[in-house]
Design a protein around this ligand. Sequence first.
Ligand SMILES: NC(=O)c1ccc[n+]([C@@H]2O[C@H](COP(=O)([O-])OP(=O)(O)OC[C@H]3O[C@@H](n4cnc5c(N)ncnc54)[C@H](O)[C@@H]3O)[C@@H](O)[C@H]2O)c1
Length: 368
Amino acid sequence: MRILVTGGAGFVGSALCRHLVGEKGISVLNVDKLAYATKPSSLEPIANNPNYRFLKADICERAVMDQALFQFSPNAIIHLAARNNLNRSLGGVDTFINANIVGTYTVLEAARGYWSGLGGAAKDAFRFLQASTDEVYGSLGWDGLFTEQTAYEPSTPYAASKAASDHLVMAWHRTYGFPALISNCCNNYGPYQFPAEPLPSMILNAVDGRPLTIHGDGSYARDWLHVDDHARALLTILEKGQVGERYNVGGRNEHTDLDLAIRICEILNIRYPDKPSHGLLITSVEDPPGKDQRRGIDATKLEHELQWRAQESFESGLEATIDWYLANRDWWEPLRRNARDGRQISPKHDEASSKTSRFEAPCSMDAS
Ligand SMILES: NC(=O)c1ccc[n+]([C@@H]2O[C@H](COP(=O)([O-])OP(=O)(O)OC[C@H]3O[C@@H](n4cnc5c(N)ncnc54)[C@H](O)[C@@H]3O)[C@@H](O)[C@H]2O)c1
């Protein structure tokens, strides 16, 4: 099997590439432009694996995508490249529109062109999986869960751009018969997550003795899933899912922001018994506009129809994640510093990024 992964240097994408190449022996071409959130040492475990190739490119460049598909000739594409909901100093809403909508459109058109040119069994077997989010559904009330029938009602520019890209994917399926599927996953946690994201930010602020901020009374609730379980779910959906269907991915681990902050503090109190209780750092700040009150996933369809189960428990997964951040300051500190200053990490200066360049194709790529 040969899978082209877009956005494979990011948090979820690198976990997926490690799973596909490292555990499943699948050939992967990772197409990623190495944007602000990336420090590709997350790919070091597979960087020298002959099944792993890397192409530094922007998914909005149609000619590059065409060439990558033609030369790598994948059986499937898993599309993750997206601009996430992050620090505004790293870019405005136009970056969501470009990466998430124009980028998905470009990947879809390149993929449709490639798929149209395949013959017989290869054409029948080809799949396109769009990795989307539960943010497209908007907010739940105090009870109930999102199912695959829940209408899209996005609250933020990021969620709206992901919803738009999901609609493009389904329209390509309905109009052209393009063999696409969609996954909608809840919040992920685990190693290598960009330090400005909410969960690492809580951990690292607490470690540094800074205020551990929660919005309002901390009652905003999210479902949490370990990133490795998300990676396993993506491969399961790709291999066993029905074309034209969507699958919710969730951990049955709903926690409020306050609950999460308290759990993090409890673990850090054990790791640093000599420090004052980390709980003293929990500070309430103003509610942000557009924040969904509650999101929770019903993953019954994925569990029953495709026999996927989350393997990591939230308790042990959170503890392991905190320990990873404590042990890997050299990974997150430059990213955190630059995010705070509104600067980007230059991948060219990141030694690890060049080690991942293995795609021997005459298109735009990371040299060396
Ligand atoms: N992190 C989560 O909790 C979560 C949950 C559900 C779904 N998802 C989905 O998973 C995907 C990845 O999320 P993530 O958290 O890993 O984000 P991330 O920011 O860590 O990774 C995104 C990757 O995409 C790349 N990228 C962005 N724009 C690009 C472009 N124009 N061309 C090429 N590469 C580009 C970036 O360089 C980065 O490596 C997204 O589509 C997101 O919607 C994430």
